[in-house]
Design a protein around this ligand. Structure first.
Ligand code: NDP
Length: 317
């Protein structure tokens, strides 16, 4: 290294966000030199950490002394997409409490919207039509199945528990959680789906989760089931979901994530009468909260302690 200065390069938001990142890190980890991603005055040898969202392919490989890659988000698919990514470097997934809280809130919003048929309410308001109807079931009568029992899935389930829903979860490895019927692995997926009136997608994107919800799996859900999708859009085969909604097998969907983002204005999903679309807004976390998560991890790393919440290549997330 040419100097003892430790530089953290940021690519999250746009360059105008740099002062906010700097002020957060000045408070949390004052000895770090915080610079923007393509600042030409930065010596690549000084770059020890990067904090990124969708880094340009090849750029991370240009820092010879890089020690840790910090994802600005919970997912890492936007980093793994780089074919030249140095595979030996640890990648820390951001699990700030604000992110978990806000996705949990979104899940509750989506589940309540489906259970109370908010789309029907919005359609009636748009048409100035007084539409008196009652929900078909209450929360305790509604079985919510959450795909993904990680940081976010477990908090979302705690929040849904507070609303009185009957709860189940599905993960890769077997789990035991209070008040939750837990399913694991592909061999238990069908059982899990068969018992989910509202299915919530909170899985990372991996080769195993891509396209998991195809026509046959959607057909396994009970009639009139609904779907909240807030993990990654690749989980759902979209034409199969549309067909299941159009046939009346499924009653509605609340979708925050899409295979192709931003969802093109011409996409018919926007106007589907049974779908609520939001633009990848489930997980909000302030820059300060994300910086705090990164600063705590850097302090642990410097003390020689393990990094939190790292991506594990063998399992793909
Ligand atoms: P975690 O890594 O903490 O949890 C992932 C969960 O998914 C684990 O329970 C894991 O199982 C399970 N899982 C992974 N692969 C499979 C599989 N093939 N079959 C069954 N279960 C599987 O992630 P987070 O909870 O922090 O986040 C989940 C995802 O949510 C992120 O990867 C990101 O893509 C998305 N996200 C979306 C946001 C938004 O704004 N819409 C915001 C934040 C995150 P196991 O427990 O056995 O490891």
């Amino acid at each position: 290294m040419t100097s003892s200065k430790q530089t953290l390069l940021v690519k999250s938001g746009d360059a105008a966000s740099l002062p906010e990142w700097r002020s957060a890190f000045a408070e949390l980890c004052p000895d770090l030199d915080i610079r923007w991603w393509d600042d030409p005055t930065v010596d690549p040898n000084d770059v020890v950490y990067v904090l990124v969202w969708q880094p340009q392919p090849g750029r991370i490989a240009s820092f010879p002394n890089l020690q840790v890659i910090f994802s600005s988000a919970a997912g890492v698919d936007h980093i793994l997409a780089d074919p030249n990514l140095p595979r030996h470097l640890p990648i820390v997934r951001n699990a700030s409490t604000e992110t978990l809280q806000s996705v949990g809130e979104y899940v509750c919003l989506g589940v309540l919207a489906l259970q109370r048929d908010l789309k029907r309410v919005l359609n009636a308001q748009r048409d100035h039509r007084w539409d008196e109807f009652q929900a078909t079931r209450t929360a305790p009568q509604t079985r919510v199945g959450v795909m993904g029992l990680g940081n976010i899935g477990r908090l979302a389930l705690r929040m849904l528990h507070g609303l009185g829903y009957t709860l189940a979860g599905w993960s890769l490895s077997a789990k035991s959680l209070p008040d939750i019927t837990c399913y694991a692995g592909l061999e238990q997926l069908e059982d899990f789906l068969r018992n989910s009136d509202i299915l919530v997608g909170l899985l990372p994107e991996t080769p195993l989760t891509r396209g998991l919800l195809s026509a046959s799996r959607l057909a396994t859900l009970p009639k009139n089931a609904g779907i909240v999708s807030a993990g990654r859009g690749s989980l759902i085969v979209m034409p199969d979901l549309i067909a299941a909604l159009d046939s009346g097998h499924l009653s509605g969907a609340v979708l925050d994530v899409f295979d192709n983002e931003p969802l093109p204005a011409s996409d018919p999903v926007w106007d589907h009468p049974r779908i609520i679309v939001t633009g990848h807004i489930a997980g909000f976390a302030s820059r300060h909260a994300r910086a705090e998560y990164v600063a705590d991890a850097i302090k642990a790393w410097r003390r020689g302690e393990p990094l939190p919440n790292i991506y594990q290549p063998a399992r793909g997330y």
